[in-house]
Design a protein around this ligand. Structure first.
Ligand code: HEC
Length: 183
């Protein structure tokens, strides 16, 4: 009986432990979406940079709204509040043999948009990330239909990594700037 009872309390204790595990929220994050799905970004934002990833059959395109695109030199940093940067990942067209198709200029051809990493800078934004705060940026990841891949409340992972880009770069890894143009 004692054995049964202690086994039972072990089981109960384990369940409590499991229930107490963090539900894949790695840290504090905003509870509401102040980033907003960037409707029409492909038409109205400027392309800051493209990064073809031929081996992964993907094209990454970084877009900026007018405020974000106004930064053309690292000496102008930080980005003005109101800046929105969208990093779009798209699959590429393949031929029947599974090889990536290229256009006449030798460029990969985008197929479907897989996801949008979006960061927006606004007055007072970012405070919810606490120690991972990256100035006044907040982050969200959307599917092209506007549903969430990473909702605001799970976006601590974004801030925790962008914090490593550093305040000197205003926590933006590249934006329009390539690896070579470090501040
Ligand atoms: C493990 C580190 C890491 C995580 C996590 C991460 N990022 Fe990034 N992010 C990067 C790096 C590195 C780049 C530059 C990639 C490139 O230009 O090829 C980048 C680029 C970006 C850009 C384009 C602007 C820039 O910084 O160059 C946006 C927008 C962005 N990330 C948003 C997000 C969002 C939203 C999330 C969370 C859903 C996120 N990131 C999570 C490392 C990270």
């Amino acid at each position: 009986m004692t054995l049964v009872r202690s086994t039972l309390s072990f089981v109960v204790a384990s369940c409590v432990l499991l229930a107490a595990e963090p539900n894949d929220t790695p840290g504090p994050a905003p509870k509401v979406d102040r980033v907003g799905f960037p409707t029409g970004y492909a038409q109205s934002f400027q392309i800051l940079r493209t990064n073809p990833r031929k081996d992964e059959f993907k094209v990454v395109t970084v877009y900026g709204n007018a405020a974000a695109a106004s930064i053309t030199n690292l000496a102008q940093l930080p980005y003005p509040n109101g800046s929105i940067i969208v990093m779009e990942t798209a699959s590429v067209q393949k031929d029947a043999t599974g090889k990536a198709v290229v256009d006449v200029q030798g460029q990969l051809i985008k197929d479907a948009v897989l996801g949008l990493h979006v960061m927006r800078r606004g007055p007072g934004f970012g405070e919810a990330y606490q120690t991972n705060r990256t100035a006044e940026w907040e982050y969200v990841e959307y599917r092209p239909d506007g549903t969430y891949l990473t909702p605001p409340e799970k976006s601590a992972t974004c801030a925790a990594c962008h914090v490593k880009a550093g305040a000197q770069k205003d926590f933006v890894y590249h934006g329009r700037f390539s690896e070579a143009s470090k501040p």
